[in-house]
Design a protein around this ligand. Structure first.
Ligand SMILES: NC(=O)c1ccc[n+]([C@@H]2O[C@H](COP(=O)([O-])OP(=O)(O)OC[C@H]3O[C@@H](n4cnc5c(N)ncnc54)[C@H](O)[C@@H]3O)[C@@H](O)[C@H]2O)c1
Length: 384
């Protein structure tokens, strides 16, 4: 089975590549991967050792050097052992990605790339099809977070989207082009980022028409994972949340991109929208994301929750989450790849909403609390 990563030289993608190759060589155990549980063995999910990778990226660094920098900066894998994997990493096909309407923060990572949207569609489609051939192939967006785009008439239908592509619209970012190309060519698509990707009516329409499974958006790996586990507790005890303030610091390339206000806005939307949706009312919300280089990929989130109960008495809860972002994300992406292939094999068409449990801002579904999402996922699995 094949896997195409958009953003293959990034921290999450290289952690997956190194992890899967290391597990294949017996250098590491498949820890922390839900889809490795015995109960899934009857489903014939893709075996880790059978995954073949390829991807797009826009930075000139070699894939091996990007992987080396990631694991050495974060001490997530032994660099001597990494050297044993060099041959396999060097043989992974990597194509130069597109940066249409990605904003300055992302465009500055790459050398000049001035394709029109129509040419970008042709190029990306051709590269995806050449890689996939006749095999099963899942496309996963792991690229840097793009600036936020508010809903536009161009996104409303497939016709308006395709007309906007022809007209080289400034409102269609690269992530939507990648999603369009994957789905148009029948390849299941996962948006692990807060970028637009598949989150517009035109692309959902295309996926429904062609019967291609897709899901997103923005992987739920840290602070939001805790939020969606805690909110039901407050609700069940009738404790009213007056305010929730969350402050995040991270020092990786993702953090560097999120320093830019337009890119940050995309992430803040997926991070904060979940609370009012779960609570059914709007508490006072505050959310910060700051770039703090010494942490590299080790993110720290500090959350302060103000709530009140009997007699309106006010109380507080605080928590600090310290996680290694890519180590948390990699197993989720591995699960998503396997479950998307399962979905396609079993005729799923369009949005695969039982996979909502993997996302901060799951598309078109109101099941947001973690336990209910797991129940939904388990019920979905049981039908196969
Ligand atoms: N790590 C986590 O826990 C986590 C959780 C949820 C979401 N995400 C999202 O996943 C994405 C990847 O995270 P990361 O930490 O690996 O980021 P990263 O910055 O390390 O990697 C992103 C990669 O994408 C490449 N890229 C940027 N624009 C591109 C384009 N248009 N086409 C092709 N490649 C492009 C960059 O060169 C870089 O190699 C980010 O959007 C992040 O917000 C990560």
């Amino acid at each position: 089975m094949k896997v195409w990563f958009i953003g293959i030289k990034g921290a999450v993608a290289t952690t997956i590549l190194v992890g899967v190759l290391a597990i294949k060589r017996g250098l590491s155990a498949p820890n922390g991967i839900l889809s490795e549980e015995k109960r899934f063995s009857r489903l014939n999910l893709a075996r880790l050792e059978d995954l073949q990778f390829g991807g797009h990226d826009i930075r000139g660094v070699t894939l091996y050097d990007a992987a080396y920098r990631n694991v050495s900066d974060n001490s997530t894998f032994d660099t001597m052992q990494l050297a044993e994997l060099k041959g396999e990493i060097d043989s992974i096909p990597v194509k130069c990605g597109i940066v249409n309407n990605c904003g300055d923060a992302i465009s500055s990572l790459c050398d000049n790339n001035t394709l029109t949207l129509s040419k970008a569609v042709n190029q990306v489609s051709q590269e995806l099809c050449q890689f996939a051939g006749d095999d099963s192939c899942v496309v996963v967006n792991l690229a840097s977070t793009e600036p936020y785009f508010a809903p536009q008439p161009e996104y409303a239908t497939l016709d308006s989207f395709e007309a906007a592509v022809k007209a080289n619209s400034k409102k269609i970012p690269a992530s939507a082009i990648y999603a369009y190309c994957a789905i148009k060519n029948g390849l299941p698509y996962v948006n692990f980022t807060p970028s637009m990707g598949n989150d517009i009516p035109a692309i959902k329409e295309l996926a429904n028409t062609l019967g291609v499974p897709h899901c997103g958006k923005d992987g739920k790996t840290g602070e939001t994972l805790v939020k969606t586990a805690l909110v039901p507790m407050f609700k069940h005890r009738h404790l009213t949340i007056d305010g929730w303030y969350g402050s995040n610091i991270l020092g990786n390339l993702d953090g560097q991109i999120l320093r830019h206000p337009d890119n940050k806005q995309s992430k803040l939307i997926t991070k904060t929208s979940v609370l009012p949706r779960m609570l059914g009312y709007e508490p006072h919300l505050g959310s910060r994301i700051d770039y703090f280089p010494p942490l590299s990929d080790h993110k720290v989130a500090w959350d302060f929750i103000s709530f009140k109960g009997f007699l309106g008495h006010r109380m507080n809860m605080q928590f600090t989450w310290q996680g290694c972002d890519s180590i948390l994300a990699a197993p989720l992406v591995i699960d998503l790849i396997r479950f998307m292939e399962l979905a396609q094999r079993n005729g799923a068409r369009g949005l695969v909403d039982p996979l909502a449990v993997y996302f901060k801002d799951p598309l078109d579904i109101d099941v947001l609390d973690l336990c209910s999402q797991y129940t939904l996922f388990n019920e979905w699995i049981e039908q196969f």
